[in-house]
Design a protein. Structure first.
Length: 384
């Protein structure tokens, strides 16, 4: 009964918000995702084979990156794979996986699509009721991989305990990040929970040997947000014989960041926009293409990790640059990365106003390393 009530209410919400959704789709941030998710525009998955089809779902860029080693392993034995995401950053990152990729349709629309899989693997905290319920009705095994409920968000889960208890009825296996997460899941009615650690602690692997000359120290402004780039550029202005690579988090800011970089050409820097040159020559380079950051980390020396200098974003994954023993600098607002930070040594937390002096004394920075190993093969065998 709850299943049908939920479908009715979610369709009703869809109808009520149609005017708002219609206007939002013209915002440059949502021009691809909203038509795909809410109108199914060019977004009908072809996965229909119930015997071996595997459906992966992750929210955004960092989560998709964490799934890549599992998808690569599955691809060795199975080419009937689908990945869905909820953000454009995640969708763009999934473009390098060589499997079918789609946006996750808005919940009630899932009931209209014949997406049949033998296995549904959802990453971290994407707890959509109809995502799990429709697949259970189609006899799919449902798995929550690297499941988490943060201390900060737990009270919100408790307020909607009845809803989450219905969601967990449709999840066969939860592979939780920690024993604390396990207890929170249990309190909400979940069952069959195993603690495997945080999948994001798996070391990143560079699959492409980018042609970046190592003739000088390379600084990367990674996953940067508004305000990050100007502070990094102003700090770089006082450095000698180094290369700066800027990688904004969101594509709609590429032109804005490029205009900032062009202003610094007057200081004698050779600038380069990657989409126009397809190389890494120059002193300041804008990476306006997705899917290169891991490979850039493999060649860099210092990473200024965006998302942590301004409150409200929550920081970005420090495991990826630490996989290549970079010197890592970020800000104090990394509250979404608290669990990962515990396992990264020598991560330097500063205010942006101190960045210039820190970079001028970069020889004093220590290389970061990951302090805990996660057993990939053990986790893969659990979900296989």
């Amino acid at each position: 009964m709850f299943y049908y009530i939920y479908i009715f209410l979610s369709f009703l919400a869809w109808l009520l918000f149609l005017p708002l959704i219609f206007f939002l789709q013209f915002h440059k941030k949502y021009t691809k995702s909203i038509p795909a998710r809410f109108w199914l525009w060019k977004n009908i998955p072809s996965l229909k084979n119930t015997t071996n089809g595997i459906w992966f779902h992750a929210c955004s860029l960092g989560e998709v990156n964490s799934l890549k080693p599992f998808i690569s392993k599955f691809r060795e034995i199975n080419n009937n794979l689908l990945i869905t995401t909820t953000t454009e950053a995640g969708y763009n990152s999934a473009g390098n996986l060589n499997i079918e990729r789609k946006f996750l349709p808005f919940e009630p629309l899932l009931t209209l699509l014949n997406i049949s899989s033998s296995k549904l693997i959802v990453f971290e905290a994407e707890l959509w009721f109809l995502l799990f319920a429709t697949q259970k009705k189609r006899n799919s095994q449902t798995i929550l991989l690297s499941g988490r409920i943060t201390e900060r968000s737990y009270p919100k889960y408790l307020k909607f305990k009845f809803l989450y208890s219905q969601i967990f009825k449709n999840i066969d296996l939860i592979l939780a990040q920690s024993y604390e997460d396990q207890q929170r899941f249990l309190s909400l009615g979940a069952k069959n929970i195993k603690v495997i650690g945080n999948v994001k602690l798996l070391k990143s692997i560079s699959n492409n040997n980018l042609n970046i000359q190592k003739d000088r120290e390379i600084i990367v402004g990674a996953s940067t947000h508004s305000g990050d780039e100007i502070a990094i550029l102003n700090s770089f202005k006082h450095l000698n014989s180094k290369k700066l690579i800027l990688v904004p988090r969101h594509k709609e800011r590429f032109d804005e960041v490029w205009n900032l970089i062009k202003d610094f050409e007057k200081f004698g820097f050779k600038i380069n926009r990657f989409s126009e040159s397809n190389n890494f020559d120059g002193d300041i380079i804008l990476i306006d293409k997705f899917g290169l950051l891991i490979d850039i980390y493999a060649k860099s020396d210092i990473v200024i990790l965006g998302g942590g200098f301004t409150d409200g974003i929550g920081g970005h994954n420090p495991i990826e640059p630490a996989s290549f023993k970079n010197k890592i600098i970020s800000g104090k607002f990394m509250f979404n990365q608290k669990e990962l930070i515990k396992y990264v040594s020598n991560l330097l937390i500063i205010d942006l106003k101190d960045l210039s002096s820190v970079l001028q004394n970069s020889h004093d920075l220590k290389y970061s390393e990951i302090q805990q190993d996660i057993n990939f093969n053990e986790i893969f065998n659990l979900i296989k």
